[in-house]
Design a protein. Structure first.
Lengths: 109, 114
């Protein structure tokens, strides 16, 4: 069925390094791709999103890229900090709403 | 964004009992959504609550187990009925706003069933 695959499921990086999380979707009707950050015990929070008419979007240390042809989109976090440690979820939205399986990111001080 | 509150924030319940979770939104929305998030897992949509009509349930979820009310455009409840330990989870309500259906979540209700 329709879903969003997210990789990796866990990721550990040294503070200051970059982290990349990738998602692949299958529903060609998807045209909006948000990313959520969920800290332990808290609700998912929207951190950045990208529309299908844009290939890349950046907000300070966070960037998202979208390849509609390949149905791939990615989250890039540069200069990681310990407070970036959380679970990150991607989503693909069109006629349906699909969540990725999540990536647990740990930034090691 | 949206301001969403949920009550209770957490509860510990006995097997066989029921718990009703309330969700309040700061402004009117057509649809409200209920999700379940089991430990270490992603978000699973339980049902969509529409004001003035029956809720729409996703595969694997039934009204008898998860009855939903939607009495007005800012409020909804989800009841977890006849609970078992497998129902232990975080339950989140959610709304979507904006031209691209940006989704916002309530703080969640952490349910533990003994």
């Amino acid at each position: 069925g329709e879903n969003v695959e997210q990789h990796p499921s866990t990721l550990s990086v040294q503070e200051g390094d970059s982290a990349v999380i990738k998602c692949t979707y299958s529903d060609s009707a998807s045209n909006y791709f948000p990313w959520y950050k969920q800290e332990l015990g808290k609700r998912p929070q929207l951190i950045i999103d990208i529309r299908s008419n844009v290939g890349e979007k950046k907000d300070q240390r966070i960037a998202v890229t979208l390849n509609k042809t390949a149905k791939h989109f990615s989250l890039h976090i540069t200069e990681t900090q310990p407070e970036d440690s959380a679970v990150y979820f991607c989503a693909a939205i069109g006629n349906q709403f699909y969540f990725g399986t999540g990536t647990s990111l740990t930034v090691i001080p | 964004s949206a301001v969403i509150s949920q009550k209770p924030s957490r509860d510990i319940c006995q097997r066989g009992t029921s718990l009703t979770i309330q969700c309040q939104v700061d402004s009117q929305v057509t649809m409200m959504f209920w999700y379940r998030q089991q430990p270490g897992q992603s978000l699973t949509l339980i049902a969509t609550a529409n004001q003035g009509s029956e809720a729409t349930y996703e595969s694997g979820f039934v009204i008898d187990k998860f009855p939903i009310s939607r009495p007005n455009l800012t409020f909804s409840t989800l009841t977890v009925s006849n609970m078992s330990p497998e129902d232990s989870s975080i339950y989140l309500c959610s709304v979507r706003r904006g031209s691209y259906n940006e989704q916002f979540f309530g703080p969640g209700t952490r349910l533990t069933v003994l």
